[in-house]
Ligand binder design. Structure first.
Ligand SMILES: [Zn+2]
Length: 419
């Protein structure tokens, strides 16, 4: 949003809620909206639906972010969940819709203890970038920038505001920082639609205790990314989702959304006196819901159920979930071995997802259709094959197979994520 543009809030008429798949089950009241338009679908609890407009749209166009909120406003722990930030990654759209349906029922039953916000389509810009039968959802066509990169570091601006006011009370400090964070975010200039998207998403997420960003990989097993200090908290989620891998880094490089939320706190700690108690008050993770084509309704419902059980463990939802199975062992993000194609050609895999390989093993051949030569693609490290290229024709140096190595690899540099 621009600094002068108010956030537009629209309550949700019952018929629209039903059309959207939001089940108005059980106890139900319709009351006039405060603005006189439509009516509020109260499904027990406090379920609300808003549409947040983006700024800097072109003349004659309008884009909005759909926002569903559950539980009492301001209740803790607050959880923020979004899907489709990379707009071509479809599994998250399905899981988010299952989450919304289930949360509406739980809210009606009074089982939402904290506050939960869900944005099921987090990137209306990317959703509107069709191209020649496909969709460019990862990069903004107008700027070439990855939608999940370049989130601002607000720690310096917040440190300026709170440095002399922080005390010995941890929860008082957290409240003060969150208020300053909102101010710093509101003061952030926006020049492009992409800036507006980043700012609006951060405004919804940055004061949350838990942030889940739903993505998917190319052709992959379930996995997630988070910071090492947050792994103890997210091991339960990884286990319930059946993650085959979890990748840890304090700084991934590229400033992705999850690190803008969770990495803010350690960055702020480094800017204030060492004796000031400041916890990691936001636990954020990027969940990779397998691959682009891994779309299955029952699987999506099961993934949503796993996330809800994790929210029970965190006290966001009432109830005791069943015990989680053992979690996978996390590995360093710097240990990822992205095996690339030496030439362009047809990819012929020699390993399956889930296989463990050794260093030096051939994991694929790239067939040069011009010469007939088959070029080996070789693992640098031992580890689990958790991702493969979903396309079967690759360009030179394009990723073919990715392996989870247990140790950081030399020469990875500061940018540990892909473009
Ligand atoms: Zn993604």
């Amino acid at each position: 949003m621009g600094p002068t543009e108010p956030m537009r809030t629209r309550t949700y008429p019952e018929h629209a809620a039903l059309e959207s798949g939001l089940k108005c089950a059980g106890r139900r009241t319709i009351r006039p909206a405060l603005d006189g338009g439509g009516g509020l679908c109260i499904i027990g609890g406090m379920t609300r639906h808003d549409e947040l407009p983006l700024a800097h749209t072109r003349p004659g166009t309008r884009r909005v972010l759909p926002l569903y909120r559950f539980g009492r406003p301001g209740a803790r722990p607050k959880t923020y969940i979004q899907a489709g930030l990379h707009a071509d990654e479809t599994p998250g759209l399905l899981v988010a819709r299952h989450l919304i349906d289930r949360l509406a029922e739980l809210d009606a039953a009074g089982a939402v203890r904290g506050e939960i916000a869900v944005v099921p389509v987090a990137n209306p810009i990317g959703m509107d970038q069709p191209l020649l039968g496909g969709r460019i959802g990862r990069f903004e066509l107008a700027t070439g920038v990855n939608f999940n990169r370049d989130y601002p570091d607000l720690a310096p601006a917040v440190a300026e505001r709170v440095r002399d006011r922080l005390g010995a009370d941890v929860s008082g400090n957290v409240d003060m920082v969150r208020a300053a964070l909102a101010e710093a975010l509101a003061a952030l200039p926006t020049r492009t639609e992409g800036d507006s998207l980043r700012k609006t998403l951060l405004s919804l997420a940055m004061d949350a205790d838990v942030v889940l960003d739903l993505h998917c990989d190319s052709e992959a097993l379930m996995h997630l990314y988070t910071m090492p200090a947050l792994w103890d908290g997210f091991a339960d989620l990884a286990a319930r989702l059946g993650c085959a891998a979890a990748f840890l880094a304090d700084v991934s490089g590229g400033e992705p959304f999850d690190e803008a939320c969770s990495g803010f706190w350690p960055r702020l700690r480094a800017l204030v006196p060492a004796e000031v108690p400041l916890p990691d008050a936001c636990a954020a993770t990027t969940i990779e819901l397998r691959g682009y084509e891994a779309i299955d309704d029952a699987q999506g419902a099961a993934d949503a159920a796993a996330i809800l059980d994790h929210l029970r463990v965190r006290g966001v939802l009432a109830g005791d979930p069943p015990p989680a199975p053992p979690a996978c062992a996390p590995t360093p993000l710097a240990g990822l071995d992205r095996v690339t194609a030496p030439v362009a050609g047809v990819v012929l895999f020699t390993v399956e997802l889930g296989e463990t390989v050794t260093a030096g093993q051939t994991v694929a051949l790239v067939l040069d259709p011009f010469t007939g030569a088959r070029h080996p693609c070789t693992a640098t490290t031992a580890g689990l094959v958790w991702s493969r290229q979903h396309r079967r024709y690759v360009n030179p140096d394009e990723m073919v197979v990715v392996i989870a190595g247990a140790e950081p690899l030399a020469g990875k540099g500061a940018k540990l994520l892909t473009a």
